[in-house]
Design a protein around this ligand. Structure first.
Ligand code: PRP
Ligand code: URA
Length: 212
């Protein structure tokens, strides 16, 4: 598969190592949740590397100096419910001042189409940088729908991050939203007949919240 220009796999030995245990069926719910947050934090280091800075004057115990802090409006993390929630705390450890919006969607089990039930994001979206978050990009239906909702609300600057992407989802999302850069920790083989990613990690929401 020729990868779209707006798609990037974030590679790092720690990410690959932790992802192996995230995939493993033997991993407990507690460990799964911890590992998902850790990988999200590691990915966020790469995803936020173009955040703008501004200079401020400070005084160290030695002298006055000019140093840099993050500039502009606060970043907004937008997890797609439910499973996206599992990645938020890890990112907030790096960027504690980020705001958090929520998009409630679930995938209809038969049609695999997203069904929307909640939407809440901070005001003044035009001036904010959004990171849309979901561990799984499978058919791409949910992520495309969520990005449409953000754009309809006025968001101009959006990135999308996931743990595992399927080729079908990458193609669908990157075609629908060529202006949104997509970051994944892994690009897997394919979808199975039920729309699950192969080899994947199973149902992300069920594994995070113990609902199966
Ligand atoms: C999962 C996942 C994504 C979606 C991906 O959520 O967290 O949101 O499926 O599939 P897609 O790319 O084919 O749309 P699910 O619909 O299972 O909802 P849940 O998190 O509430 O369990
Ligand atoms: N949603 C999941 O949670 N897992 C998949 O493999 C596909 C969609």
């Amino acid at each position: 598969m020729k990868l779209p220009e707006n798609f990037q796999v974030v590679t790092h030995p720690l990410i690959e190592h932790k992802l192996t245990y995230i995939r493993d069926i033997k991993t407990s719910k507690k460990e799964f949740k911890e590992l998902v947050n850790e990988v999200a934090m590691l990915m966020a280091y790469e995803i936020t590397k173009d955040m703008p800075l501004e200079e401020v004057e400070i005084e160290t115990p030695i002298c006055k100096t000019v140093s840099k802090v993050l500039a502009g409006k606060k970043l907004v993390l937008v997890p797609i419910l439910r499973a996206g929630i599992g990645m938020v705390d890890g990112i907030l450890k790096l960027v504690p001042s980020a705001r958090v919006g929520h998009i409630g969607l679930y995938r209809d089990e038969t049609t695999l189409k997203p069904v929307s039930y909640y939407f809440k994001i901070p005001s003044n979206c035009e001036d904010r940088d959004f990171i849309l978050i979901d561990p799984m990009l499978a058919t791409g239906g949910s992520a495309v729908y969520a990005a449409n909702m953000l754009k309809d609300a006025g968001a101009k600057s959006i990135k999308f991050m996931c743990l595992i992407a399927a080729p079908e989802g990458v193609e669908k999302f990157c075609t629908a939203h060529p202006d949104i850069k997509v970051f994944a920790a892994a690009l897997d083989e394919k979808l199975n007949e039920k729309g699950y990613i192969v080899p994947g990690l199973g149902d992300a929401g069920d594994r995070l919240f113990g609902t199966k």
